[in-house]
Design a protein around this ligand. Structure first.
Ligand SMILES: Nc1ncnc2c1ncn2[C@@H]1O[C@H](COP(=O)(O)OP(=O)(O)O)[C@@H](O)[C@H]1O
Ligand SMILES: [Mg+2]
Length: 235
C-alpha cells in the first residue's frame, strides 16, 4: 500500500523569527536549512530584523553567528542594546559570535563562512550584507558565481540563514545583483516611505518555499522591543 506523502513542512523544523506578528504569516517561522533574503533600501530595518532574529534564537538556546560585512561589530551591538538585547552576555557564554569580515581581505569567503558555521554549531546565521560583493568583484560574472557559491554552501549547513541585500531606492528588483532572489528559499521585502511617522514602514513576504505564506503587505513598527507587525495591511 502506498504511503501517503508527509506534508513538506514536517521535513524541517521551523524557527520563530522573534518579530511579534510575523510567524503566523509564515506557518510558524523560518525553515531550518533554508536561506532567506531580507531586502530593502537603506534604513528599512534589515540589520535590526537580523539582530532580532538572532536574539530570539539565543533566548531559546540556539547558537548564532552574525557576519557583518558593513558595520563594525561594536556598532551592531550598540544598536541592539537600545532594544534591551545584551548580546555580550551570550558572547561570553560562548553561544554567540559576531565577526567583521573584510571582504577585500578574504579570497574565499565561502569557505570561511561555511567552516565557522559548522565548527560553532550555529542554528541561526546572519550575513549582512551581500551588497558588499559589488565592491569586491568588478567582473559581474565572477560576482554572481561567488554569491551563488556562498548561498549554496550555506544551504548545506543545519542553520536558518538570513542574508541581507541592500537595493537601490529606485530599483524594481528584489536583490542587488539579480541572482540572490532566485537561489534563496525565501524573500522578505522591507519598505520605508521616509516621510512622517513609523507607520510608513511595511513588510511583504515575497517568496517562501514549502510555506503557505501571506502575500499581503503589513505595517511594520519599530518600538521599544524592536520590530513588530501590525494587524493592519497596507494597500
Ligand atoms: N531605537 C529606534 N527607534 C526607532 N527607530 C529606530 C531605532 N533604531 C533604528 N531605528 C530606525 O531603523 C533604521 C535603521 O535600521 P537598520 O536595521 O540599520 O536598517 P538597514 O540595515 O536596512 O539599513 C534607522 O534609520 C531608524 O529609522
Ligand atoms: Mg544594515
Amino acid at each position: 500500500m502506498p504511503v501517503a506523502a508527509k506534508p513538506a513542512t514536517d521535513l524541517h523544523l521551523r524557527r520563530t523569527s522573534g518579530i511579534p506578528g510575523l510567524d503566523k504569516l509564515m506557518q510558524g517561522g523560518f525553515l531550518e536549512k533554508d536561506v532567506y533574503l531580507v531586502t530593502g533600501a537603506t534604513g528599512t530595518g534589515k540589520t535590526l530584523f537580523c539582530s532580532q532574529f538572532l536574539w530570539e534564537g539565543l533566548q531559546k538556546g540556539e547558537k548564532g553567528i552574525f557576519f557583518s560585512l558593513e558595520e563594525l561589530p561594536q556598532d551592531v551591538l550598540h544598536d541592539a542594546e537600545v532594544f534591551g538585547w545584551n548580546f555580550k552576555k551570550y558572547i561570553d557564554k560562548g553561544d554567540f559570535i559576531i565577526k567583521y569580515e573584510d571582504p577585500f581581505e578574504i579570497t574565499d569567503i565561502t569557505t570561511v563562512v561555511k567552516e565557522s558555521v559548522k565548527k560553532f554549531g550555529a542554528k541561526r546565521v546572519v550575513f549582512d550584507s551581500t551588497s558588499i560583493f559589488g565592491m569586491v568583484f568588478e567582473d559581474e560574472h565572477e560576482l554572481r558565481k561567488r554569491l551563488y557559491q556562498l548561498i549554496k554552501a550555506l544551504k548545506e549547513t543545519d542553520a536558518v540563514i538570513l542574508m541581507t541585500a541592500e537595493i537601490l531606492e529606485e530599483s524594481k528588483g528584489l536583490s542587488r545583483f539579480g541572482v540572490e532572489e532566485f537561489v534563496v528559499d525565501g524573500v522578505i521585502v522591507l519598505n520605508y516611505l521616509g516621510v512622517g511617522d513609523v507607520s510608513n514602514r511595511s513588510l511583504v513576504i515575497r517568496k517562501m518555499r514549502r510555506t503557505d505564506h501571506s502575500k499581503d503587505s503589513f505595517i511594520l513598527k519599530i518600538g521599544k522591543s524592536g520590530l513588530s507587525i501590525e494587524k493592519e495591511k497596507t494597500l
